[in-house]
Design a protein around this ligand. Structure first.
Ligand code: HEC
Length: 181
């Protein structure tokens, strides 16, 4: 091999290297890969969803019970009570029907009406019917007291529940202070 031949080989190698660089450049220009600012698809790790769920848990939507109670309407509550009247009386000394008499129920011990046969679930829950408890129970009775005998779907509207609790408060529970938070 003489130096001329070596030169030819070196030249060929260099040439093809240059060609590769050139092709690369042309390809780059032709395809022009501009990176999108937002990824085309987001990998759902569930992290964001979990955090919103957590914050919903700790901070319920809408006004607080104190705010709702402050503007609750007893007269409207009396109308809402029509949904309860088939099973409950509410006047003092009223009879137990399918459900117990509800006179003075706000602030009263749970499952404590004389002569009414409660479910074990409600008896075991114990405690007192405060604003929070009534509000939670009336939202969805079967969620609040698993195994309750009260066959009532619940009142979805927070204002309906507040109006109703305000009405119940006028019946033997007016001394129970309104919630402050
Ligand atoms: C289909 C009949 C029925 C309807 C409608 C109904 N209840 Fe009841 N309620 C019951 C029964 C039965 C119980 C007893 C639950 C148990 O023992 O688990 C009960 C229990 C209760 C208690 C607990 C009483 C206590 O002494 O601890 C409250 C408070 C109550 N109901 C409020 C209401 C309100 C307010 C409404 C209307 C929004 C309503 N209920 C609608 C049947 C009913």
């Amino acid at each position: 091999m003489n130096s001329f031949e070596l030169n030819k080989i070196a030249g060929a190698v260099l040439g093809s290297a240059l060609a590769i660089v050139a092709i690369n450049e042309i390809a780059n220009i032709a395809i022009s890969p501009t990176m999108p600012e937002t990824p085309a698809y987001v990998i759902d790790t569930g992290a964001e969803e979990a955090s919103t769920v957590a914050s919903e848990d700790t901070k319920p939507e809408g006004p607080s019970l104190a705010v709702l109670m402050a503007s609750a309407d007893e007269a409207k509550g009396e109308k809402v009570f029509k949904k309860c009247g088939s099973c409950h009386t509410v006047e003092e000394g009223g009879a137990n029907k399918i459900g117990p008499n509800l006179y003075g129920i706000l602030g009263k011990a749970m499952a404590s009406v004389e002569g009414f046969s409660y479910s074990d679930a409600l008896v075991e829950l114990g405690g007192e019917w405060g604003y929070e408890e009534l509000n939670a129970f009336l939202t969805k009775p079967k969620d609040y007291v698993k195994g309750t005998k009260m066959s009532f779907a619940g009142l979805k509207k927070p204002t309906d529940r507040a109006d109703l609790i305000a009405y119940l408060r006028t019946l033997g529970s007016s001394s129970v202070p309104l919630p402050t938070e």
